[in-house]
Design a protein around this ligand. Sequence first.
Ligand SMILES: [Zn+2]
Length: 318
Amino acid sequence: MKLILCYHNFVDDEEDKNGPYAKLYGQSRSITRENLSQQLSWLKQEFDVVGLDEMVQEDRSSRRLAITVDDGFRSMVDHAYPVLKELQVPATWFIASAYVQNSELHPWWFLLDFVREKVSHRFEFAFEGKSIVHDPVSKDSFFSEMRSLFLKLPAPRRNKLQEQLEQAIRQWVDIPQNSFIREDELIHLFKETDLIVPGCHTHQHVNCGIEPKEFIEEELITNQAFIESVYGKKSPFFAFPYGRKDSYRVEQETREALRRASISHAFTTERSYMKKNGDDYFIPRLTMQPNWSIKKMRYFVKNLNQVNFLMKVKRALN
Ligand SMILES: [Zn+2]
């Protein structure tokens, strides 16, 4: 049994989970420090917890588990790193570099959370000749419409939509700086510890399922150059942003782009154990859900095949 876990954001405690930071940066994806500590302590008893480099070697023990963290939020250093250090657990941190380099730049999902939490006004803006309306009485429909639009637009149109949305928000409230780690802090971190190593996540967190291959390659190369500048060398690992089936292309083109960017292994968030002799460019991971109790987390980790089977049955019945 070989399994790779995927985390995103962390908070100090339950109270912090309702604080402005977590609410705006994916409250639904934030794991408390204590919860992480409990999880890792148990995982260490059950598995050989190793780095991704050991994970992808075939000739090691079969009961292996690796920790990965996506995006590049500073909470990784503030809240997760102390726990990783205490328990001596290695982790790979997949970083979308554009947001690290520019604190004024925001991922679109942050803006949508921001609107939900902070903007109680009606506003309207034009995008590609159509009018988009935010009505505070139907926040959820605005949220879901915008989400599907952002997910399906290629980068130039996505950035334009984001620009228009930001302009509309700024009529009512200021948008704070993003909560990504900064470049100098990363340099410091990688000098201080070998426990955390960086991995690629594209420069601007792009949806590789819809972008042209030249653009994907450019994004990977920019991302690698950043990693080289803060870490001293490139990373052989890449996590597909968004991670699900429609966020990557299985076509030869994606493989070529990955290969040209010196990436030997790429990871999705298709929920499964690592397969024996599986495809090195589409390695599954289990995304950790903050609302799982420790009991539920243990169940998922130990019975993933059964969980997936039951989900399939449930879907077929619906
Ligand atoms: Zn991501």
